[in-house]
Design a protein. Structure first.
Lengths: 471, 217
């Protein structure tokens, strides 16, 4: 058998010690078989205890989310701390936060695919799933933010008895289309990628329910070369379609702010700044999810240290882009000579929300610098911790932009201070419950890793190369 | 590797059905909201039974009583008054004073309690509609209420939906007439109604606003 010590592929490891089957590598008659076994066993065997613990926590948070929303719907928007002048706060902060999270998935699945970055295959499925779930969380917030949760269909141009159409000149409406397109394309991309793996699950299934369920979603996949040919074509086309979305979605989200005249929002750097921030936060979330997943669900043999390291490099790079944007905002505030711009940024540094600003700077600019060290990049728990910190920082970035800009605009007489209510916190925390519940269900029932794609980039798949007559 | 197929042969047909259902669902939903939520579907034809079998066909049609005899505030206020029982009794003290059908009216006249008429044309509370603004500028009663003079029991004829209001606010000439003819149910324009309406519109400087705050204050 050929050596398997290949970066991005699998590494040779010892058999598990002790009784925990998840600690060691899965069995497999060869390397391909091991990949299949590794990915399938989480859906086939009884999952590790860590899964149950995590799922219980996620479900508890999800319940909190449901209760918060029920309370909101029953009582009204007044249960939030939003109050003029801060009419947008946690609702929109959370929306932008969750939409941003998704970007890493699209970047990994589309752009890295077109750039032939083969290492993406180990993580792209989970990242795409994360994208879908983040968009689900994001979509809830505009829906509840409008205050009449039974009327969100007004956001869509559906012919109606009121003769009323959405305001097509508003970036808020562009957002509906940008996020809608994003959700649709991401969902198609994700689902299409899973079809061959569903077929694997179907063929391995031992129970009737599994056979029928995976049989339906596998859509009759047989793995013939004609099917593969078309599949690869479609994948390429979808990747090309999804690529502009990486840039467009968060650009459009940033227009919600940039097209207004509020100092702190009215900024031309917003589109690229938001996109960089989204990829930054998205990769941080991928690391946050995948470090425990690989550790506890036995995926270490596919998602290797090399993947973690590459992702931390992306975090470091995009983190510095974000840091540059923070600096450039200050430069422009000074260079514009606008009194209000200047005040807004001084206010961010030293105003009543300075604590939020410095939290953001620490989390997004200072913390990722640790990744200059290779040792730290390869320490999964450091990567995990920084991932969490960056997520906190990216949430605070949106809070700083939205909340603090609104709290102090042109007229001192209309200034205010926003204080979130407990419901604001439970809604934010609860949205994580929804996210983690979906992700854990994904780990348990869907192919967490793109088995077919991982196999395709392994040395064994390229018989003509590098084996020098080992067969 | 041969194995028995998971799905029977007829499942292939199901695939087509599923595809159609999935693709058709958004179209169906759009159509459902468009048609199903429309007052054209839900409200037109609403014809509640009134406590007293009052016939507009008899009073306004056969007898030719002017609308404003009973609905006397229609050209002065936003609300078109439902007549007081005294208005009925002006005639019915002498006409059919013993009629069974009028028992409730007589009772109301004696007790001073109103007859519980049921509202047919009911706008949502967030709509501020002003009858006088329309009537004094020459929008005929018939434009919104239909041929009340032929209705034994009044029913809603127009959807009263927002799009329906806007249709007229955007092109009022189709429904304009000289203000003195507003209650005349069978009025016909002396020439092409739209051209005539345009003249009236110009003469009366009638430019109905379409801002949200016109109706939603």
């Amino acid at each position: 058998m050929a050596a398997v010590a290949q970066p991005g592929a699998t590494t040779v490891v010892q058999q598990s010690a002790g009784g925990n089957p998840w600690a060691g590598p899965p069995e497999g008659e060869n390397v391909f078989g091991m990949i299949t076994q590794n990915v399938s066993r989480l859906t086939e065997a009884k999952p590790p205890r860590a899964w149950y613990v995590a799922f219980a926590i996620a479900l508890a948070l999800l319940t909190m989310f449901g209760l918060s929303l029920a309370y909101l719907f029953y009582t009204g928007i007044g249960v939030w701390g939003n109050m003029v002048p801060v009419a947008w706060c946690f609702d929109i902060v959370n929306f932008v936060f969750w939409v941003g999270i998704g970007h890493a998935g699209t970047l990994i699945s589309a752009i890295l695919y077109l750039l032939r970055q083969d290492w993406r295959t180990a993580i792209n499925r989970a990242a795409e799933a994360m994208t879908i779930f983040a968009v689900v969380c994001a979509a809830i917030f505009p829906g509840i933010h409008i205050g009449r949760p039974w009327l969100p269909y007004w956001m869509f141009p559906i012919p109606n008895q009121m003769g009323m159409w959405p305001q097509f000149r508003s970036p808020l409406e562009w957002d509906v289309f940008a996020v809608g397109t994003y959700a649709t394309v991401s969902l198609l991309f994700w689902y299409m990628g899973m079809i061959p793996d569903f077929a694997t699950f179907r063929d391995r299934s031992t129970t009737k329910i599994r056979r029928i369920a995976y049989g339906i979603v596998a859509m009759g996949w047989r793995g013939s070369s004609r099917q593969w040919h078309r599949y690869e074509r479609a994948y390429l086309l979808l990747a090309a379609l999804a690529t502009p979305l990486v840039l467009s979605v968060h650009s459009v989200v940033s227009f919600d702010f940039a097209t207004s005249q509020l100092p702190g929002w009215h900024t031309t750097i917003f589109p690229p700044y938001f996109v960089a921030g989204a990829i930054f936060g998205g990769f941080a979330m991928v690391v946050t999810l995948l470090v425990p997943a690989r550790q506890f669900f036995g995926l270490k043999y596919i998602i290797t240290l090399r993947h973690i390291e590459l992702m931390t490099k992306v975090i470091l790079g995009t983190g510095m882009l974000v840091g540059y944007a923070y600096g450039m905002e200050f430069f422009i505030a000074w260079y514009s000579g606008s009194l209000y711009e200047g005040f807004t940024f001084i206010n961010r540094l030293f105003g009543p929300y300075a604590w939020a600003y410095w939290t953001m700077i620490f989390c997004n600019v200072v913390a990722p610098q640790i990744f200059w060290s290779r040792k730290m990049r390869r320490n999964v728990w450091v990567a995990f911790a920084v991932g969490v910190i960056v997520n906190v920082g990216m949430w605070f970035e949106r809070f700083v932009i939205i909340g603090t800009s609104l709290a102090r605009d042109f007229l001192p007489s209309s200034w205010g201070y926003y204080v979130p209510t407990p419901t604001d916190y439970t809604t934010l925390g609860g949205s994580f419950g929804l996210f983690f519940t979906l992700f854990l269900l994904f780990c348990r029932y869907l192919p967490t890793v793109a088995m077919a794609e991982v196999k395709a980039i392994m040395p064994e798949a390229h018989v003509q190369h590098g084996h020098g007559g080992a067969h | 590797m041969t194995r028995t197929p998971i799905f029977p042969r007829w499942a292939n047909k199901l695939r087509l059905v599923a595809g159609l259902a999935l693709g058709g669902a958004p179209i169906y939903l759009t159509g459902f909201v468009w048609y199903g939520f429309s007052p054209k579907t839900t409200d037109i034809g609403y014809q509640p039974q009134q406590p007293v079998p009052y016939s507009h066909a008899l009073h306004a049609g056969e007898l030719g009583i002017d609308c404003r005899y009973c609905h006397n505030t229609v050209d002065k206020a936003s609300h078109a008054a439902i007549p007081a029982t005294e208005t009925c009794m002006n005639c019915h003290a002498r006409v059919w004073p013993e009629s069974e059908k009028l028992a409730l009216v007589r009772e109301s006249a004696q007790s001073g309690k109103s007859v519980a008429w049921r509202k047919v044309h009911d706008l949502p509370d967030y709509v501020y509609f002003d009858h006088s603004a329309h009537v004094t500028r020459g929008v005929g009663c018939v434009s919104c209420h239909g041929r009340v003079d032929r209705a034994a029991v009044v029913a809603q004829e127009q959807p009263l939906s927002m799009a329906w209001c806007l249709d007229c606010h955007r092109a009022p000439e189709r429904h304009l007439r000289p203000p003195e003819a507003v209650t005349q149910m069978d009025w016909k324009a002396p020439e092409d109604p739209v051209a005539y309406g345009k003249k009236l519109r110009e003469a009366g400087n009638i430019n109905p606003p379409t801002d949200c705050s016109t109706c939603h204050r």
